[in-house]
Design a protein around this ligand. Sequence first.
Ligand code: MRU
Length: 344
Amino acid sequence: MVNTIEWTDAGVVMIDQTKLPGEETYVTCRTYNEVADAIRTMVIRGAPAIGCAAAMGVALGVQKASDENIDAQVDDICDTLAATRPTAVNLFWAIERMRTLFGKLRREGAAAAAIRQRLIDEAQEVLRDDIASNKAMGRNGAALLPAGGTVMTHCNAGALATGGYGTALGVIRAAVESGNRVAVMANETRPFMQGARLTVWELQQDDIPVTLLTDNMAGYVMRCGEVNAVVVGADRIAANGDVANKIGTYSIAVLAKENAIPFYVAAPLSTLDMNLESGDRIPIEERSPDEVTEIRGRRIAPAKTQVRNPAFDITPSEYVSAIITERGVARAPYVKTLRALAAR
Ligand code: MRU
């Protein structure tokens, strides 16, 4: 399985997801600003992976910070990392986890060197926890997938989008590991092509059969009876079970309901935002128009084209058959079941 991100003595090393599948190259971030840039430019992407990167970014920033004014420097580090991408709540969750630990160590009067080491340890624990959550999620969700069936997924919610193993692809991996030879249909996921570039590449590494579709083919193949279940990841889940995920997810969920196909969301509890009652208040990132008017740097639309480029959409919980987490599977009414899982 591919190593998405790693803490090393030289810095934070990430596989460069903007170059895949053509080139398998690695980027070393030596400062927290470089980590912030890597998140913003999507060298690393996917909600849990962004969280791991942010935790390591904080540890890196504190490692390089001077002892004077360290509290103010930590505020700057956290604010810079928090300003990279607005939708994936794992980013804010991870920064808060690091900031809380820093504050606790300061109150306890820990020495600067000890604080630096504890934050490095914590960031590595965020990564380890994420991989463990994904494996648990896989165990919890695998039985939901139909035997020998075909599972549609959107975007990339795999090892590349997490610390490792994946959320939606983790459930698929766990099903395959348990002997269920499911096949995957991957939507290409315009405009950034996470499905075509990353999901197909990742599944090929594991010899899991995968067929690539353009996004506008989903309805047709569902109506033809070629899809038995849909599994996607999430960037933020509100307390009522509304799900923010990659743009296009909502359309697929509606099509799945229309065609009586179960629609599952796999996400760790760090993706839950219990402070938001519904998905209406989830901030949706709007990215550069160039991602829509160009493909790999080549212009496809006329100059001066007006563009919308929302990177995510909200799927209302009524379309979600179940939410698979590391603590178990939640079903409607999500207001109750998600609260119960989060409190456990
Ligand atoms: O813009 P991206 O590539 O960061 O968006 C990623 C997604 O939408 C994923 O489905 C989501 O983060 C879950 S990843 C386990």
